[in-house]
Design a protein around this ligand. Structure first.
Ligand code: NAD
Ligand code: IPM
Ligand code: MN
Length: 369
């Protein structure tokens, strides 16, 4: 039976990098190793321009019915001034919320060949392999009230509300504890319990879960500002980092630079399995639509291709292919084929050539297997 995936390339470089993920899918299907059936739809600013909405009801229904989405990126200056609820990013947040994709996994791995490409010293990042578990459907992104109101004195006041209930903290902490148990057994939980009530509750819930359920996992609590600093100071101290929606967003961009470039970081956003064991999931690069390089054909497609790798792993249980794809990415980089963001002093290649090099390396990996 074919495995159905909805492609939502989005805006800016979203379509450019999605093209390379599609090329990998076509290659895997050609070899007969997979039977992935794709359909594509509009999302973000491109959808707004066509239909007046960044996430139409029909697109949402399609995503929900399919259950597995491969997403590029959305947003751009031309949509920065549309009404708030019609912004590409807000449409995208609705998609995450409606699909209940609360668990966002953001691995930051530095392939040996890229140790010199990071803005950190090579010895600090060589062998880096950490996982950020970011809560994705709560916190200040969604808390109510969320508004700009004009006060009696005519001055405006903006409100965003950080809210977490115990259940929301527990369900994301379960994911982080389980992952830590399967990895090196170390979890760093991040909040600002020194100033935020939600941080206090977060710390209490995570501590209790460690005590009652996961005593074998070594738990440290870090204040979010310190965590950002530690990620730059000594990133390899981390195994799994658990953070709320906003802190997880910021920390993953920081971690990306330890891995060489924002163009390297994939992600998986997962829901809870339904009664039939079906897992709603969306896979996307951590980066955005990169308007500064869009249309130039120079974007790094690795975050997008590695996101497809996470789909093979988490939605299709094809760990063999996911592992082969990870090895192919490392092998292609090791030959010196690099896009501009990680090329250093070398001559950079474009998006398509990088994708082609990865597919060639994948063919070799699969032949050797
Ligand atoms: P961005 O991630 O798009 O870009 C930040 C910097 O990283 C830019 O200099 C860009 O050129 C570089 N970069 C990003 N991806 C790259 C790649 N694959 N290869 C090479 N370089 C890459 O962040 P931004 O500029 O702050 O945001 C641009 C737009 O994207 C905004 O509208 C923002 O809201 C949106 N955004 C969307 C998503 C998403 O759809 N998931 C994520 C982040 C930002
Ligand atoms: C991300 C992005 C999004 C976020 C935006 C586009 C809504 O920055 O996925 O990292 O803040 O979650
Ligand atoms: Mn982000």
């Amino acid at each position: 039976m074919p495995f159905d995936v909805l492609l939502l390339p989005g805006d800016g470089i979203g379509g450019e990098v999605m093209g390379q993920a599609e090329a990998v899918i076509a290659f895997l299907n050609r070899t007969g190793l997979t039977d992935i059936r794709t359909e594509a739809d509009l999302a973000g600013g491109t959808a707004y321009d066509r239909h007046g909405h960044p996430l139409g009801d029909a697109t949402l229904a399609r995503a929900q019915a399919c259950g597995t989405v491969l997403f590029g990126a959305v947003g751009g200056e031309q949509w920065d001034h549309v009404p708030y609820h019609l912004r590409p990013e807000i449409g995208f947040m609705r998609l995450r919320k409606e699909m209940d994709l609360f668990a966002n996994l953001r691995p930051a791995v530095c392939p040996p060949a890229l140790a010199g490409a990071s803005s950190l010293k090579p010895e600090l990042v060589d062998g880096l392999d950490l996982m950020i578990v970011r809560e994705l459907t709560g916190g200040v992104y969604f808390g109510e009230p969320k508004e700009i109101v004009t006060q009696e004195n005519g001055r405006r006041r903006a409100v965003d509300t950080q809210v977490y209930d115990e259940d929301e903290i527990e369900r994301i902490a379960y994911v982080a504890f389980r992952l830590a148990g399967e990895r090196q057994g170390r979890l760093a939980s991040v909040e600002k319990s020194n100033v935020m009530k939600s941080g206090l509750l977060w710390r209490q819930v995570v501590s209790r879960m460690q005590h009652d359920l996961y005593p074998q996992v070594e738990l440290v609590h870090l204040l979010a500002d310190n965590c950002a600093m530690q990620l730059v100071r000594r990133p390899k101290q981390f195994d799994v980092i658990l953070a709320d929606n906003l802190f997880g967003d910021m920390l993953s961009d920081v971690a990306a630079m330890a891995a060489g470039s924002l163009g390297m970081l994939p992600s998986a956003s997962l829901g809870a399995p339904d009664a039939q064991g079906r897992l709603a999931a969306l896979y996307e690069p951590v980066h955005g639509s990169a308007p500064d390089i869009a249309g130039k054909g120079i974007a790094n497609p690795i975050a997008m291709i590695a996101s497809l790798g996470m789909l093979l792993r988490h939605s299709m249980a094809r760990h063999d292919l996911a592992d082969a794809l990870d090895r192919a990415i490392a092998a292609a980089l090791a030959t010196g084929t690099r896009t501009a963001d990680v090329a250093g002093a070398g001559t950079p290649v474009g998006t398509t050539a990088m994708g082609a090099a990865i597919i060639a390396a994948l063919a070799e990996e699969l032949e050797a297997a």
